[in-house]
Design a protein around this ligand. Structure first.
Ligand code: AHR
Length: 516
């Protein structure tokens, strides 16, 4: 039997006997385990600290130094076939090329996020719940490209409506038992609805009352608790409340956070809990709250049920958004020192944005931006004569003025040269900009605000097709068509054009040949 296989079996046996820490100690001490392990993973650190992982989820990397099983599964649209994606080597980064090959010329969804802890706590498509029907949407497999350890990888892009869950778990805290958890997230992708969560929730998809959840929340919801500034905030979803500290409302020590890669930590035990967070790329974790349970009834003792959710609230509320790269849940209340060591391990990944490479977005070239929503695949983004921007059907037989109106010259971003601006072919010198979150073309007035309003950062399309273009000054909003008009829109929000329905498709554009 191969040493690696023996190690995996030993891990499962040890997990079954509840002696994970022994294995972790062996991993860290350097016997057979370290000779096989490429790295030490976060779960080896938690185990050495006496608070082993009981769930470990990531589409970007192995979370144990010796893990070489599947990380996640994708399903392709063309024939419904599925494929498990594993790490490039034990303890290593995801084999994104395997996904690219399998999904070439079609689109893929992420169907399973495997639990690396050996407990079988996999995440799959969330079912309907008390707050919303289901099953929930699955994430497009290419919508959150990233680099981890210098390797291309994909995160889990949660648009409103997307959700994963496991109601039949093993080893997850119940009642008032102590646990810890962290998630590495995209700190620029968030929403204000309920609730982009990762962690412990009800096993029946219903709101069963205060204290029946304990999950990391990230977003700018003002429905329950808040911190300083305008958000987003890392908070704890404890059911019927997002908590930023002991008070059920405002807590001054929970700051707005803005790291592109964010480590968000929540942990809870008997009349004790904490929120911690930091930049996943560098530096340590700050403690935003550590103390007694909230001063409201039902949260002390807690009534945790032990399901696991990703991207949704406990009752399947699915009105928010975010991007998840990796996360774990532990048995026991991890020490700050253990979490600090995990944060150093996360820093070492060196998460980076993945540059969008496409000859169709070359600076200086003229392109058309074609809608991808099923209603509108014959439509292109075009300037109207009054300077407003819309989509309308354009083809080779369209009048020359319309074909030119749908032309955009790609320019280096006026506010950020690593992003893009789009100059109107019909009105040279005028750039695509947002104002009042609607799109227009206008000549620069030289202000910093104009430059920012006219700068968009391309990403892989949210629906898995083409590109999505993120506003540089409103990073949670993207170029969108809605009711055939051009807007800057969030995935859920206060404007009608923030409507979550079809948001992923409406914000995904093909950068194609110009019509003139
Ligand atoms: O606690 C906030 C939310 O309230 C929970 O996620 C959800 O179950 C309920 O609607």
């Amino acid at each position: 039997m191969a040493a690696r296989t023996r190690l995996r079996r030993a891990r499962r046996a040890l997990l079954a006997s509840g002696t994970t820490a022994v294995l972790a100690a062996a991993l860290l001490a350097g016997t057979e385990a370290t000779s096989q392990a490429a790295t030490q993973g976060p779960c080896d650190i938690y185990a050495a600290g006496g608070t082993p992982c009981v769930a470990a989820h990531s589409t970007t990397r192995a979370l144990y130094g010796a893990y070489d099983g599947a990380l996640y599964q994708v399903r392709r649209a063309s024939d419904g076939a599925t494929r498990d994606i594993g790490p490039l080597s034990a303890g290593g980064y995801a084999n994104a090329a395997a996904q690219d090959t399998f999904c070439a010329a079609t689109t893929c969804l992420i169907t399973v996020v495997y639990d690396q802890s050996g407990r079988g706590n996999d995440l799959t498509q969330a079912p309907a719940g008390g707050a919303a029907g289901g099953p929930d949407d699955l994430a497009p497999a290419t919508a959150a490209p990233v680099k981890a350890g210098g390797h291309p990888a994909y995160g889990i892009y949660v648009a409103a409506g997307t959700g994963y869950r496991n109601n039949h778990t093993s080893g997850i805290a119940t009642g008032d038992q102590p646990e810890g958890m962290y998630a590495v997230l995209d700190g620029t992708h968030f929403g204000g609805g309920c609730c982009f969560d990762y962690g412990n929730a009800e096993t029946n998809n219903l709101d069963t009352g205060n204290g029946h959840m304990e999950a990391v929340y990230f977003g700018d919801s003002r429905i329950w608790g808040t911190g300083t500034g305008n958000g987003p905030w890392v908070m704890a979803d404890l059911e019927n409340g997002l908590f930023s500290g002991a008070d059920v409302g405002y807590n001054a020590n929970d700051p707005s956070v803005s790291h592109r890669f964010l480590t968000a930590v929540v942990k809870g035990g008997p009349n004790q809990w904490a929120i911690r967070a930091g930049n996943a790329r560098s530096g340590g974790l700050s403690t935003f709250y550590s103390g007694a349970r909230p001063n409201a009834s039902g949260y002390n003792p807690m009534h945790k049920e032990g399901a696991i959710i990703l991207g949704i609230g406990g009752d399947n509320s699915k009105s928010s958004s975010g991007t998840f790269y990796e996360g774990v849940m532990t048995s026991g209340y991890p020490s700050d020192a253990t979490e600090n060591a995990v944060q150093a391990n996360i820093n070492a990944v060196g998460y980076q944005t993945a540059p969008v490479t496409s000859s169709s977005l070359t600076v200086g070239s003229r392109i058309s931006l074609r809608a991808t929503t099923a209603c509108c695949t014959a439509d292109s983004l075009r300037r109207n004569t009054d300077g407003t921007v819309a989509i309308s059907p354009i083809n080779a037989a369209s009048p020359a003025a319309d074909r030119t109106a749908a032309g955009w010259t790609v320019r280096a971003g006026l506010a950020d040269s690593s992003c893009l601006s789009f100059e109107s072919a019909a009105a040279p010198g005028q750039y695509l900009r947002h104002s009042g979150f609607q799109l227009y073309t206008a000549a620069s007035n030289g202000t910093a605000l104009f430059m920012q309003d006219a700068t968009f950062c391309p990403q892989a399309g949210h629906s898995g097709q083409g590109f999505s273009f993120q506003s540089v000054n409103y990073p949670n909003k993207y170029l969108r068509h809605y009711a055939y008009t051009g807007y800057l829109a969030g995935d859920g929000g206060s404007n009608t054009w923030d409507n979550a329905t079809s948001w992923s498709e409406d914000t995904s554009w093909l950068a194609a040949q110009p019509w003139s």
